[in-house]
Design a protein around this ligand. Structure first.
Ligand SMILES: Nc1nc2c(ncn2[C@@H]2O[C@H](COP(=O)(O)OP(=O)(O)O)[C@@H](OP(=O)(O)OP(=O)(O)O)[C@H]2O)c(=O)[nH]1
Ligand SMILES: [Mn+2]
Length: 179
């Protein structure tokens, strides 16, 4: 097996251990790890991107935000580039939810190309998930608001990957949301 395959297995195993007790918000409480694996797969399978550091960052993208993982830990295990990409896509949890959402819109255009790829795939996965089923406790209005906010973030990510942007635009169009 080549070394990239070994490295990806190491990375997905680390993410699975970190997210082991977490579930998605859907009524079936899907294991959380399905999300980062799906985000990495969108990047490779739909985006056609095989850059190992982007795929690793996709697998790890919610570990700091949602588990006890630190950037120092990611840097020691996976190196400075992967750690930096995850940092770029991690919300500052000390901010209010409203400020976090606003920051994502403001920061999107200033991210590296690698972080933009992860962000595009993360939004694409989550929007498809919202079309598949509504998270427990979410109203139709909250779902629509997520689409509107996601479109404002994606606006700042444009010019990164044509295939992913096309698919996102189609989802926004179906919701009557203008990009
Ligand atoms: N659509 C969907 N989302 C779910 C589900 N379970 C967990 N999530 C996560 O919820 C987040 C979106 O919900 P919000 O209410 O907007 O954010 P919050 O987690 O800060 O409360 C996403 O986080 P994120 O990946 O960090 O992305 P972001 O939207 O915060 O950038 C998404 O991954 C689910 O079943 N469906
Ligand atoms: Mn995510």
């Amino acid at each position: 097996m080549n070394s990239d395959a070994i490295l990806l297995l190491e990375t997905v195993n680390f993410a699975a251990e970190k997210h082991r007790n977490q579930r998605r918000k859907d009524p079936e409480a899907t294991p959380y790890i399905n999300h980062p694996i799906g985000v990495a797969r969108i990047i490779s399978h739909e985006g056609g991107v095989t850059d190992i550091e982007i795929l690793q960052a996709a697998l790890l993208h919610d570990t700091v935000e949602d588990t006890d993982t630190s950037f120092a830990e990611l840097e020691a295990k996976f190196g400075p580039i992967v750690s930096r990409i995850v940092q770029e896509v991690t919300d500052d949890k000390s901010l209010s939810k409203q400020d976090r959402k606003r920051q994502q819109v403001e920061h999107a255009a200033h991210c590296s190309r690698q972080a933009k790829m992860v962000k595009l795939a993360d939004k694409l996965y989550n929007l498809r998930d919202l079309n598949r089923c509504t998270p427990s406790g979410w109203t139709a209005e909250r779902v629509q608001e997520y689409f509107v906010w996601a479109s404002a973030v994606v606006k700042g990510l444009r010019g990164t990957n044509y295939a992913l942007e096309e698919r996102l635009e189609e989802l926004f169009r179906q919701r009557g949301v203008q990009l």
